[in-house]
Design a protein around this ligand. Sequence first.
Ligand SMILES: [Ca+2]
Ligand SMILES: [Ca+2]
Ligand SMILES: [Ca+2]
Length: 455
Amino acid sequence: MRPFNDSVIYFAVVDRFFNSDPANDNGRSPEAFDASQTDWFKYWGGDLGGMIQKLDYLKELGCSSVWLTPLFDQADGLVDVEGRGIAAYHGYWAKDFKRLDEHLASSPEDIRLFASKNTIVDRLVAEMHKKDMRLVLDIVCNHSSPARRPDVGGGPVKGEIYDDGKLLTSYDDDKLGWYHRNGGVCDWDNKGQVETSELCGLADFNESHIGYRTYIKDAMRLWLDKGVDAFRVDTVKHMPQWFWQEFVSDMVFHRPDLFIFGEWFQGGCFDPLSVQFANKSGMGMLDFGVQRGLEDCLARGNEQGFALLDKVFSLDHLFDDTRHLVTFIDNHDMPRFMSSGAAPARVDMALAVILTCRGTPCIYYGTEQYLHNDTNGGADPYNRPMMEKWDTGTPAFKLVKNSPGCAARTRPCSTAASAGSSCPPTFTPIPACTAPIAVSPFSTGGRKPRYPWRA
Ligand SMILES: [Ca+2]
Ligand SMILES: [Ca+2]
Ligand SMILES: [Ca+2]
């Protein structure tokens, strides 16, 4: 597997980035779209044409890779959660891994993307490769979609799965035996239960079924054949390690230069199981340790200053290869850095850290514009505003693009920035730092973690 650490990743929630075509906004379920962009739980119109139009902006920013939220065809309509209708605008409730969601494109040929070689995905990949940029596809193997409440019509049927439009199975009529039927996770410290029970009511795939494994791996190989350069893998904590080892082996056999990194929610150096995953699964991992350390000192202003971040870097030896870690300051599953208390200058400082430390930095869309909405503390979904500005002159934009030693475009030629180790003792000792650092593992104490709607 080829590390991506010569790259800076830009992570965009496609629905919230740029709307190039109002004709596809309604999709198959107009009730799931909100043209006023005030209902945060519905589609707002962003599409792949919008991504293509903004590639030059991302290229100028210096981001050489773009991670897009999942592109698979999503469950249509609204899911009713506690009286609120929620659409699959985020992309994490797939129903057909071999089709493109209809909100993202405009023609039937685009939707059946593997039946043609001139679809919008082909054009996106071609444009990116022409600009020496790489496409990171967000994939989900753990689950499909949640149920609608029986008295709310029009929403998705739980766990309906299609193969290029042909219905294969569903949770309620699971002819194929592709789903676990263990109910929801109750004990979050029980590894087996976390892997084989449901997360937020999402139909949980039974990875022991060879038919399911064949389907999901065939689908992902098709996406690789379209030119996808890397996978970001959702909810890796919720499937057993043997599945990931098999999956990674098969994908890398198909594409030897493929980079894969996984989301072990809140994983990092303080969570031994996540460290084991990072060292044994064959894929890299999102580094929640660095995120937590940065948030602690630069957003929340903890009086211990950089002590937690110092501790994180001091534990780098736990990982076989820290180049495979993907660093970030915030993402779509937590409040944005500014919503956590950071002034713009602190955002700049945090960006400077991830742009210069080990691993591959990943910038959440809009950070370079100081985009944030602090409703409900900026928690999901308020951390996913519509991208509003494309100013190439903000300090954050210029920092990513130009700052000596931190510039995104210097990483490919700066081994020190992209692969060098960190040296914790360089932080100046201050009295507060000499006190024992309250480093607790990310244990949930058996309670359900606050997982986002999309989960
Ligand atoms: Ca649109
Ligand atoms: Ca759909
Ligand atoms: Ca599972």
